[in-house]
Design a protein around this ligand. Structure first.
Ligand SMILES: [Fe+2]
Length: 248
C-alpha cells in the first residue's frame, strides 16, 4: 500500500518554501548507538522489488526474461540497488521492497529517542537504513511528492571523497533519467563539514540522484513521518534562518 500521509500539509507551505531544493535542519547531530555497525553488518540485506507500481510496471517474470537475453541490463527485481535494514515500519509502510527487519526502538534506543526528541513527529511511519551499491539516476521518490522540502533523511555516515547526492529542478512531466556524466549543472548536497546530518528535500519540483564511487560508501537513514505541522514549520524556519535556503 502506498502512503497517503501528509497530504493535509498547510497550504501556505507551497508558496512559503517555493524553490527550496534542500535544507539542512537545525537539530543536534543525530548520533548512532554504539552497536550500530554490528547491527548494520548483521542485518543489512540486498533490497529487491516485490511488487510493480504504477511507474514501474514490468513484472518479475518479464524482468527475469529480459535479463536472460541482456545480462548487462540491471533491474530492481534481480539486482539490488541498495543494501538495507527496515528499523521501524507500520501498516502504512511502503511494501514494494524486500525487508530485513529489526525493532529499532529496542535495538537502537538512543537513536530512536533522539528522533522523537528533535524531529516534529506526530507518528513515525517508517525508518530505513539504506546504502546504495550502484549509481542511482535522477528520479522522484514515489511517495511524498509535495511542493516544499518534505522528504527527510539523516546521513549516518559518508566515506565518499566528494559529494554524491544531487538535485535538479524539473518540470511536472519529468521522467527518470540516468545521472548525467557532467554533474556541474546539478545542485550538489555538501557532504563534508555539513552543519547538520539531517536534511529535507523537495521531491516534487526537483529530482534527486546518487553517485556510487567504487570502494566508498555511505549509509543514509530514510524516515517517513506524520508531521506535527506547527513544530515542522518552526524547524524549517529556524533552519533557513541559520543555514540558508539553498535556492539557486
Ligand atoms: Fe530517492
Amino acid at each position: 500500500m502506498i502512503q497517503s500521509y501528509n497530504r493535509n500539509y498547510p497550504p501556505h507551505f507551497a508558496e512559503k518554501y517555493k524553490g527550496i531544493p534542500y535544507l539542512f535542519l537545525d537539530t543536534p547531530k543525530f548520533e548512532m548507538d554504539e552497536n550500530f555497525h554490528d547491527v548494520w553488518n548483521e542485518y543489512k540485506k540486498p533490497v529487491l522489488r516485490l511488487r510493480t507500481d504504477e511507474r514501474d510496471t514490468m513484472t518479475f517474470e518479464e524482468a527475469a526474461e529480459y535479463k536472460k537475453k541482456n545480462p548487462k541490463w540491471t533491474n530492481q527485481w534481480t539486482d539490488a540497488i541498495w543494501d538495507g535494514i527496515v528499523a521501524h515500519s507500520t501498516g502504512l509502510s511502503d511494501d514494494r521492497w524486500s525487508e530485513s527487519r529489526i525493532d529499532g526502538y529496542k535495538v537502537l534506543p538512543k537513536f530512536f529517542k533522539s528522533l522523537h526528541d528533535h524531529l516534529p513527529i506526530l507518528r513515525l511511519t517508517q525508518v530505513l537504513f539504506w546504502s546504495n551499491n550502484r549509481t542511482v539516476g535522477m528520479h522522484k521518490d514515489f511517495n511524498e511528492q509535495f511542493p516544499w522540502p518534505s522528504s527527510i533523511r539523516i546521513m549516518i555516515e559518508d566515506h565518499n571523497p566528494e559529494p554524491t547526492f544531487f538535485l535538479m529542478p524539473i518540470a511536472d512531466d519529468f521522467k527518470t533519467i540516468p545521472l548525467p556524466e557532467d554533474r556541474s549543472n546539478l545542485i550538489q548536497l555538501p557532504h563534508k563539514d555539513t552543519p547538520s546530518n539531517a536534511f529535507m528535500y523537495n521531491n516534487k519540483n526537483f529530482a534527486h540522484g546518487a553517485l556510487k564511487i567504487e570502494g566508498y560508501s555511505k549509509i543514509l537513514c530514510s524516515l517517513s513521518i506524520d508531521y506535527d505541522w506547527k513544530k515542522l514549520e518552526a524547524i524549517l524556519d529556524r533552519s533557513i534562518e541559520k543555514y540558508g535556503n539553498n535556492i539557486v
